[in-house]
Design a protein around this ligand. Structure first.
Ligand code: SPV
Ligand code: MG
Length: 670
């Protein structure tokens, strides 16, 4: 695509303003002239070739264009008889450079906004800008439109006409028809009319669509009055702001492309999602907020970067009141739909507009995302993320996993709610469920080697942080090895309970013989574990069994304080009561003297309490310890029974997961 700018006119109606330079060099703002604005816009739109006709002051014009130093190749063509001819003859003079490409044709005194230019360039067919919103001008161009095409252009047409501006995109085949007629005109000395007079004779073969720019800025400057009006409009356009929000930590060419497009609409404010908001709907960000913010601050076209604290845009839209919000059209449906609806309603409340560009689902961007996931699964990266998530979110959840497949379920399950995508933050490798999956009782019978095998199976296919149920931790001499092995594997935390001897599952309470360890011994075990630990992020969490073993609240609190003093990175308080009262009482009293140490709960019995309430009361980790096991195995028992009863598998089939769902759950290649 080439641009042709007609600058041979004398601009005599501009008075003194054109006494030393051509009209196109008139300033429309403190920083640009009509021409510099046009040329910058063309360069930004990716146009490289410009043909410019000149006349009076042609050397001033040529020098001026050079001084702008834009990435454009400009061919200047002087109309030697500019005084006696109209621009039809200037085009004729330049004809030899205008036959090999599509053409963007504009008058040199035309001022337009980026959006208008973009619409013209995006048009698949030849087009001319018209406006259905403007009144018909007395002296300027009007276009007569019939059957969806422009039939005549001139100042004399009023019927079936609309205000029109001399900005055209002309497909080569259409342009050549028009140019041929221009040549005919000039060769028969018809050189004082408009080029459009030639067009009007061939409009049946040179098919030009009207492109309605409504109130978009697209205006010629003929005199000083026009200049005042257009300059004010330019100021308004320049004051426009655009808002976009990003969660990404890997900026790729797709992002740059949409940023460029958005910046053409006005000053671009980029909202960067807070770490907490990113975690709540996607995956853990590879880069923290401050670094993601810095990335955007250094992209050209971005005027300002601000934090967006939630997935909802409301807070920032109400504060900045941007003229436009730009987004990919992927949120028209799917879980982000409610977020979009809210954006539309806030924009409507103050007259802003939503601009949506087609979303590019490019494979190479998806590959980047899967590379990020691989990175997140590396031991060092995964290990550190539990601590970080607790700091970021205040409360994190962990869901039980006891195999690769249950790990994948925890990894991939997402529940969409009010535009948010809720997911579990981490995984709990429960001794109960790990033992159950192996058909064994939860009495520390499954040895560490086998437990590590389970962790490895889960780690191989997932990225979320892992909290390991370390039972009693075993002998202190053994525990120190366990700590180092877990760290090496990339586990984030081990929880050990203050019991000794043959441990039984806590949910049996005092129905079975269980012995609580002494504070002294257990503190020594914690301290030894902390000394053995090699990385700073790994957590040893002390689990207090006092309430389970009916030793009273004071004992629980005394132990909590002692364990923290011995170096525990968190405490887990357990209860098997249906009511949460004793858990609440513990957390309240513990928080009176310790506001920092994370508190973990396992609400298997007291399961009516929501995560929000736990968070409010000062809990930091909620573990759903056994629900996948307790729902999965009965389903299997039921299927087995059905087949036995029916002597065939048909009846069981409705209960079965489809092969397609299995394929979706288990990626073949990561
Ligand atoms: C487990 O899941 O193995 C636990 C939690 O230790 S509980 O079963 O509640 O004791
Ligand atoms: Mg256990």
């Amino acid at each position: 695509m080439k641009a042709l700018i007609l600058n041979s006119g004398m601009g005599s109606r501009m008075g003194v303003l054109t006494s030393e330079h051509p009209k196109c060099m008139t300033e429309v703002s403190s920083k640009e002239t009509i021409l510099s604005r046009q040329l910058c816009q063309l360069a930004e739109a990716g146009i490289q070739e410009v043909v410019m006709t000149t006349g009076l002051f042609d050397s001033v014009l040529v020098n001026y264009c050079r001084s702008l130093d834009l990435p454009l190749h400009i061919t200047f063509v002087k109309n030697p008889v500019y005084k006696e001819t109209n621009y039809i003859y200037s085009i004729y003079c330049a004809r030899d450079c205008l036959k090999d490409d599509d053409l963007l044709l504009m008058h040199g005194d035309l001022v337009f906004e980026n959006q208008v230019l973009d619409q013209v360039l995006e048009s698949e067919e030849s087009c001319m800008t018209i406006s259905s919103s403007l009144p018909l001008p007395e002296k300027d161009f009007k276009a007569v439109i019939q059957d969806g095409y422009i039939k005549k252009v001139g100042i004399e047409f009023f019927n079936d006409a609309m205000a029109a501006q001399p900005l055209y995109k002309l497909k080569k085949e259409d342009w050549l028809v028009w140019l041929e007629r221009i040549e005919k005109f000039c060769e028969s000395s018809q050189v004082k009319c408009y080029a459009e007079n030639a067009f009007n004779e061939v409009s049946d073969d040179c098919l030009v669509r009207p492109l309605d720019v409504r109130n978009g800025l697209c205006a010629e400057i003929d005199d000083q009055e026009d200049l005042a009006v257009v300059s004010e409009k330019v100021r308004q356009v320049e004051r426009r702001t655009v808002y976009m929000c990003f969660s990404t930590d890997m900026i790729h060419s797709g992002h740059i492309a949409i940023i460029k497009k958005a910046a053409r609409l006005g000053k671009l404010i980029v909202g960067v999602l807070s770490d907490e908001a990113v975690v709540s709907y996607k995956r853990f960000p590879l880069l923290p907020f401050t670094e993601r913010k810095a990335l955007f601050e250094n992209i050209s076209g971005v005027s300002k970067v601000v934090e967006q604290r939630t997935l909802s845009y409301r807070e920032n839209l109400e504060h900045y009141q941007p003229d436009y919000v730009v987004h990919g059209d992927d949120w028209v449906s799917g879980f982000q739909k409610p977020v979009r609806e809210e954006v539309v309603s806030v924009l409507t409340s103050y007259g802003g507009r939503l601009v949506e560009f087609p979303y590019s689902k490019d494979e190479k961007y998806q590959k980047l995302e899967s590379r990020a996931r691989i990175h997140l699964s590396l031991p060092d990266v995964r290990r550190a993320r539990l601590r970080r998530a607790i700091e970021l979110k205040g409360l994190v959840t962990a869901m039980e996993a006891h195999s690769g497949i249950t790990g994948l379920i925890v990894e991939k399950t997402i529940a969409y709610e009010k535009g948010e995508a809720r997911q579990f933050d981490s995984m709990w490798v429960s001794s109960l469920c790990d033992s159950t999956a192996k058909g064994k009782p939860d009495i520390e019978l499954v040895d560490m080697t086998s437990r590590f095998r389970t962790i490895d199976d889960i780690m191989e296919v997932t990225t979320k942080p892992i909290i390991f149920d370390g039972d009693t931790g075993g002998l202190t001499e053994h525990f120190v090895y366990t700590v180092k092995s877990l760290e090496r594997m990339g586990v984030s935390a081990v929880i050990i309970e203050d019991k000794t001897g043959l441990k039984k599952n806590s949910l049996f309470g005092t129905e079975v013989m269980q012995t609580q360890d002494s504070i002294e011994n257990f503190c020594a075990k914690i301290a030894a574990g902390k000394r053995a630990q090699k990385t700073k992020e790994f957590m040893i969490i002390a689990r207090i069994e006092s309430l389970i073993l009916e030793q009273g609240m004071d004992d629980a609190l005394a132990r909590a304080a002692a364990y923290v003093k011995a170096g525990a990175d968190g405490v887990m308080i357990h209860s098997r009561k249906k009511e949460p009262d004793e858990i609440f009482a513990f957390v309240e009293q513990f928080r009176r003297t310790d506001s920092i140490t994370p508190v973990v709960v396992v609400p298997t019995s007291f399961n009516t309490v929501t995560e929000e309430e736990f968070k409010e009361r000062g809990v930091n980790v909620v573990i759903y310890a056994n629900q996948l096991t307790r729902t999965g195995f009965p389903a299997m028992q039921h299927a087995a029974e059905m087949i036995l009863k029916n002597h065939r598998a048909k009846e069981c089939d409705d209960l079965c997961m489809s092969i397609k769902d299995i394929i979706n759950l288990i990626p073949e290649e990561e």
